[in-house]
Write a protein that binds this ligand. Structure first.
Ligand code: PGA
Length: 255
């Protein structure tokens, strides 16, 4: 894992969006894995700026989102399909037919999950996966105790996640209890990962994920098994790491 600590989330977003933009410029047909939540929003804002001001084109890019709530339609303002349209897709030149978010209204959830995995495989696999991290250690919606080799499937959200995400809904009772999420194994199969975390509220879980043991109780710790992960975090999210000086030295002296 490469741990990159920068003073602010804006600097993290600038760096991360630059890495994504370089990938798109090198390989215009690349496959991006996308995430929702507050964390990726500044990264998407920077990508939109690069599209509008620096001619970054998404025209040939394919995207796969990590997860979706079961029971919310694509036009529900809290669905992750809706979020992606608002936060990125409507602002860039991506072909909407090449953007994929699990269907939260699928009649047959099992076959929706299998098709999602097949689509990822058919597209050649995900070149770069963007991740946030839940305060309980989830990546995607892989809650604690998720199999570290899991594939896309239905999961039940933890009380902590429901509470965390209730800020987007009118009331906590409106938060769906179930979701479809790529598995930890699906995420480990991606060619590279950028995990972002900002703010003091993520400091404990970042320390557990980066420096703690690999355990299904902290699903993000499975990323220690991935060969190409950059953990891009602000000073506050890094504040409980033991080896801050070392990570900063490695980054300052990068070849
Ligand atoms: P957040 O959520 O970015 O809104 O903090 C992260 C996540 O749950 O993965």
């Amino acid at each position: 894992m490469e741990v990159i600590i920068l003073p602010t989330k804006e600097e993290c977003a600038y760096l991360g969006a630059g890495i994504i933009a370089n990938l798109i410029r090198d390989n215009p047909k690349c496959v991006l894995g996308l995430a929702t939540g507050s964390t990726p929003v500044p990264v998407y804002n920077e990508l939109i700026r690069l599209h509008k001001e620096n001619n970054l084109s998404f025209a040939e890019v394919t995207t796969f989102n990590l997860d979706e709530y079961i029971g919310l339609s694509a036009d529900h303002p809290c669905s992750y399909r809706y979020f992606m349209q608002e936060q990125l897709f409507n602002e860039v030149d991506v072909d909407l037919n090449a953007t994929h978010v699990p269907n939260g209204l699928a009649d047959d959830v099992q076959s929706e999950c299998e098709s999602y995995e097949e689509l990822i495989t058919k597209s050649g696999g995900i070149d770069l996966q963007i991740l946030g991290i839940g305060s309980d250690g989830h990546i995607g919606f892989n809650e604690p105790c998720s199999s570290l080799s899991s594939r896309t499937r239905m999961k039940t959200l933890t009380g902590e996640t429901i509470e965390d995400n209730s800020r987007f809904f009118d009331s906590v009772d409106d938060v769906p209890r179930h979701c479809i999420t790529m598995g930890v194994g699906t995420i480990l199969d991606t060619r590279s990962v950028l995990l972002f975390a900002f703010g003091e509220g993520k400091a404990d879980v970042i320390s557990q994920s980066v420096e703690g043991p690999i355990t299904s109780m902290v699903p993000a710790s499975a990323l220690q098994l991935h060969q190409r992960v950059k953990v891009i975090i602000d000073d506050a999210a890094a504040s409980k790491l033991s080896n801050i000086d070392y990570y900063k030295e490695v980054y300052a002296n990068r070849p």
